[in-house]
Design a protein around this ligand. Structure first.
Ligand code: AMP
Ligand code: MG
Length: 487
C-alpha cells in the first residue's frame, strides 16, 4: 500500500510532443473537499484507501497541488458529433496528469476532469459541475462491478467555486483512470488535418502501449483495428444486455480500448424500451437504445476512414464486416445466461425477441424481470411474473415455450440455477432516480447518500441487508427524469 507521495509516474503521451497535447496547469477549485472516493479504484494505484481522508488528497485532486513528476497536458482530438465532423475538439476541461505505474506493472492514466480552461475550451469555462461528476463517478464504478469495460473513477472533489449552467451550480473535479485516453477522434484529427507523419507516430504509440501483441502480426495496424472492432462489438453487446444507454456516442467519446468512455446523459433502462432516448437534446433519436448497435458500426467506419493511410480500404471493409456477427454472438450468449440457459438452440434468438416485445408492450422493469426469473423454478417464476404483463395471454404463451426450453436442458437443482442466474442478473442498478436523490443531497452538502449508493452498486449481484429500497422498481416520477446535457 502506498501513500499519495509514493506514486510512480511516467508520461509517455506527453513525450509525443506539442503536436499531440499542450502543457496546461490545473486551475484549483475553492475549498476542495472529498465527496466520494472508490477504494477499488485506489487499489489500482496501490493507494492505501485511508489516503482519501487526508487533506492532501482533496488538494491534489482539486487542482491545488501537483506531483513534481506529473506533466499535465490537454490532448488534441476531433471527431464526429451527431454524424457531423467537428474539427475543433480536444480536452476542453480535462487534463492528463500523467501515467502511474502500479506494482503489477499496469499503467493508468490519471485524468482530472473539470480542471479549468485549455486551448481547446472554445466558449466553455473548463469546469464540470458536481451533479455530472457524481454521475460519472457512480456510473464508472457501477459498470465495472457489472463486468462492463469502462474507465474508472478514483474520486470526486467538491468545492465552493460557482459555475453557471442553466442556473448557478458548484464546480467539482473527477479523477478518471484509464489505461488510455486515446479516442477514435485522435486518429480522425491527424487524418483530417492531413498530417500522416503524426498520425503514424500516434499509431506507433498506441500499438506499442496498448496492442503490443499486434506488432507480431504481418500487418500490425490491421490486427489492431480488428481488435478494436472485436472489443467494441463485445462492449456494445454488454450495454444492450444490461440496458445501458450511453446517450452521446460521438466518435470523440469512443475509446480505442473499446471501453465505456465519457459519461453524459446516460441511463440504465427502467421499463424495457428499445426506442428509449436518454439524451433529451437527441431529437432524432440517433443514440437511442437500440440504435447503439448500428451506431457502433458507424463509429468504427469513421475510425476506419481515418486509418486509410495505414491500412488498405479492402482490409478495413472486410474487418468492419466482423462487427455485427460478433455483436450478435456476444449478445445472444449474454442473454442466454441472463435467461438461465446453458446450451444453445437455434430458436433462442426468437425466444428472446418474443420476450423483449412483450416487455416493450407492457413496460416491464428490465433488470428486475431477469432477477426474479432466477429467483424460483421456471414454472413458479413465470407464474409470479405474469401479473406484470398487460398481455397476460401473450406472456403465458412465452412462459410455456420458456419452461419447455429450460426442461430440454435436463434436471437442474433450483439452488444452482438461482446462483448461476443471480451471478449475471444484478439486483441493484444505477437508476437515474437513485442517482438524482444522491445528487440532491450532495448539492446541499450531505455526501452520505452518494457514498451509500456507490457501496451498494459496487456489489450489484449480492443481496445486501437493509438495502431493499435500492432494489425496488422506481416510483413513477423517477422513470422519466430529464437529464440535462450540460455538465
Ligand atoms: P463532452 O460533451 O463532455 O464529451 O464534451 C465535448 C467537447 O466539449 C470536448 O472537447 C470537451 O472538452 C468540451 N467541453 C465540454 N464541456 C466543457 C466546458 N465546460 N468547458 C470547456 N470545454 C468543454
Ligand atoms: Mg467527450
Amino acid at each position: 500500500m502506498k501513500a499519495l507521495d509514493e506514486l510512480t509516474f511516467d508520461n509517455r503521451f506527453a513525450r509525443l510532443g506539442d503536436a499531440f497535447s499542450t502543457h496546461v496547469l490545473p486551475e484549483p477549485i475553492a475549498a476542495p473537499r472529498l465527496v466520494v472516493a472508490s477504494p477499488a479504484a485506489m487499489a489500482l494505484l496501490d493507494l492505501d484507501p485511508a489516503e482519501a481522508q487526508t487533506p492532501v488528497f482533496a488538494e491534489l485532486f482539486g487542482g491545488h497541488k501537483l506531483w513534481a513528476e506529473a506533466e499535465p497536458r490537454a490532448m488534441v482530438y476531433s471527431g464526429h458529433q451527431f454524424g457531423f465532423y467537428n474539427p475543433q475538439l480536444g480536452d476542453g476541461r480535462g487534463l492528463l496528469l500523467g501515467e502511474v505505474y502500479n506494482e503489477a506493472g499496469e499503467h493508468w492514466d490519471l485524468h482530472l476532469k473539470g480542471a479549468g480552461q485549455t486551448p481547446y475550451s472554445r466558449m466553455g469555462d473548463g469546469r464540470a459541475v458536481l451533479r455530472s461528476s457524481i454521475r460519472e463517478f457512480l456510473a464508472s464504478e457501477a459498470l465495472h462491478a457489472l463486468n462492463i469495460p469502462t474507465t474508472r473513477a478514483l474520486c470526486v472533489i467538491g468545492s465552493d467555486t460557482p459555475v453557471w449552467r442553466e442556473k448557478q451550480e458548484r464546480a467539482a473535479m473527477l479523477l478518471r483512470l484509464s489505461p488510455s485516453h486515446v479516442r477514435f477522434g485522435h486518429f480522425e484529427f491527424f487524418y483530417y488535418t492531413k498530417r500522416p507523419e503524426q498520425q503514424k507516430e500516434l499509431g506507433e504509440h498506441v500499438l506499442a502501449m496498448h496492442f503490443p501483441h499486434c506488432l507480431e502480426q504481418p500487418e500490425p495496424y490491421l490486427a489492431m483495428f480488428r481488435e478494436i472492432v472485436e472489443r467494441n462489438a463485445e462492449l456494445i453487446a454488454k450495454w444492450q444486455a444490461y440496458g445501458f444507454c450511453h446517450g452521446v456516442m460521438n466518435t470523440d467519446n469512443m475509446s480505442i480500448l473499446g471501453i465505456t468512455f465519457d459519461f453524459g446523459p446516460f441511463a440504465f433502462l427502467d421499463d424495457f424500451d428499445a426506442h428509449f432516448i436518454c439524451n433529451h437534446s437527441d431529437d432524432q433519436g440517433r443514440y437511442s437504445f437500440s440504435n447503439q448497435v448500428p451506431i457502433g458500426q458507424w463509429n468504427l467506419s469513421a475510425l476506419a476512414q481515418a486509418l486509410t493511410p495505414l491500412i488498405s480500404v479492402e482490409a478495413l471493409r472486410e474487418t468492419l464486416g466482423l462487427y455485427l456477427p460478433l455483436f450478435q454472438a456476444h449478445y445472444l450468449d449474454l442473454m442466454r445466461r441472463r435467461l438461465g440457459l446453458t446450451t444453445a438452440e437455434d430458436d433462442d434468438q426468437k425466444l428472446l425477441e418474443h420476450l423483449l416485445q412483450l416487455m416493450q408492450n407492457s413496460g416491464v422493469d428490465y433488470s428486475l424481470f431477469f432477477r426474479r426469473l432466477g429467483e424460483e423454478s421456471p414454472e413458479l417464476a413465470v407464474a409470479r411474473l405474469r401479473d406484470d404483463f398487460v398481455d397476460i395471454k401473450g406472456f403465458d404463451a412465452w412462459g410455456e415455450l420458456y419452461i419447455a426450453r429450460v426442461a430440454r436442458e435436463g434436471e437442474v437443482d433450483q439452488e444452482l440455477r438461482r446462483e448461476r442466474m443471480h451471478a449475471v442478473n444484478p439486483l441493484y442498478i444505477l437508476r437515474n432516480y437513485l442517482a438524482q436523490k444522491a445528487i440532491d443531497a450532495a448539492e446541499s452538502g450531505d455526501y452520505s447518500e452518494v457514498r451509500r449508493l456507490h457501496a451498494v452498486l459496487s456489489n450489484p449481484f449480492e443481496e445486501q441487508p437493509g438495502m431493499e429500497s435500492y432494489a425496488e422498481r422506481p416510483p413513477e416520477w423517477g422513470k422519466h427524469l430529464e437529464i440535462s446535457c450540460s455538465s
